[in-house]
Design a protein around this ligand. Structure first.
Ligand SMILES: NC(=O)c1ccc[n+]([C@@H]2O[C@H](COP(=O)([O-])OP(=O)(O)OC[C@H]3O[C@@H](n4cnc5c(N)ncnc54)[C@H](OP(=O)(O)O)[C@@H]3O)[C@@H](O)[C@H]2O)c1
Length: 226
């Protein structure tokens, strides 16, 4: 990939680790000026569930060509175990947060600018224990289409990764992580899980794809088509 982002100013929310951190590295390598925001700060603090942090950042950081958010909050439990606060947190990260980013950053962005959000394969693979994540991911796909219409000519897109070895699964014990990867690889047409490069290749392409808007791009090795 040789996207040239020279002259672009990009905000990456969730840019301290996993896919977000690799996006920071790749966009900087492509020549962009990149600002990294995390919910803990200390340099730039944005918690997408806290509108005041979004409003403050939008008012003080100057204009961005592209605003990216990888934010997510997990609540993977069967229906009888659902907790109201955790349901709300999941939707706050993936649905309400992007709406508030559009509200505060959108009016300050140039016509060629774009938002890029992260959905996920579970939105298209209903299975027990993932109703919250699945619904939030699917809602995000609807959201980018609606926002793309309302914010045009700004572009609004999402990436829906399949299971990706991003670092986020390192929280699992080795054996459980290996089992997850083996199962996901077997269920994909590509026969493997995703890499950081797979996902960030798609992200860099989307940032420059001036005729693509309102879309959710599935970067999942064909895992929705077993
Ligand atoms: N990796 C996969 O297999 C996979 C599969 C499908 C979809 N996805 C989606 O791809 C995106 C990136 O995933 P990932 O693999 O990089 O790992 P992840 O653990 O889901 O990363 C989430 C990122 O969002 C940040 N974040 C969480 N809540 C936030 C909030 N309220 N405000 C601001 N930032 C917040 C986290 O920062 P902290 O350090 O503060 O927690 C972290 O950097 C996520 O939306 C995820 O759902 C990933």
């Amino acid at each position: 990939m040789s996207e040239n982002l020279t002259g672009n100013r990009i905000l990456v929310i969730g840019g301290a680790r996993a896919i977000g951190a690799e996006l920071v590295r790749r966009t900087e390598q492509a020549g962009a000026e990149v600002v990294v925001a995390t919910r803990s700060g200390p340099d730039v603090r944005i918690d997408v569930t806290d509108e005041a942090t979004i409003a403050r950042a939008a008012a003080t950081l100057g204009a961005f060509d592209h605003v990216i958010s990888t934010a997510s909050a997990h609540h993977d439990v069967p229906v009888p175990d659902l907790e109201h606060d955790k349901i709300q947190a999941a939707f706050a990260a993936k649905v309400v947060g992007p709406l508030l980013l559009a509200k505060h950053f959108g009016p300050r962005m140039p016509a060629g600018g774009s938002f890029l959000f992260f959905s996920g394969i579970v939105g298209w693979q209903p299975k027990p224990g993932t109703v919250v994540k699945g619904t939030a991911n699917a809602a995000l796909a609807a959201l980018v289409t609606h926002l793309a219409v309302e914010l045009a000519p700004l572009r609004v897109n999402a990436i829906a990764p399949g299971v990706t070895d991003s670092g986020t699964w390192d929280r699992l014990a080795d054996e459980r992580r290996r089992a997850l990867y083996d199962k996901a690889a077997a269920a994909s047409l590509a026969g493997r899980v995703g890499t950081l490069e797979d996902v960030t290749d798609a992200a860099l392409w989307l940032l420059g794809a001036g005729w693509v808007t309102g879309e959710t791009i599935h970067v999942d090795g064909g895992s929705r088509h077993p």
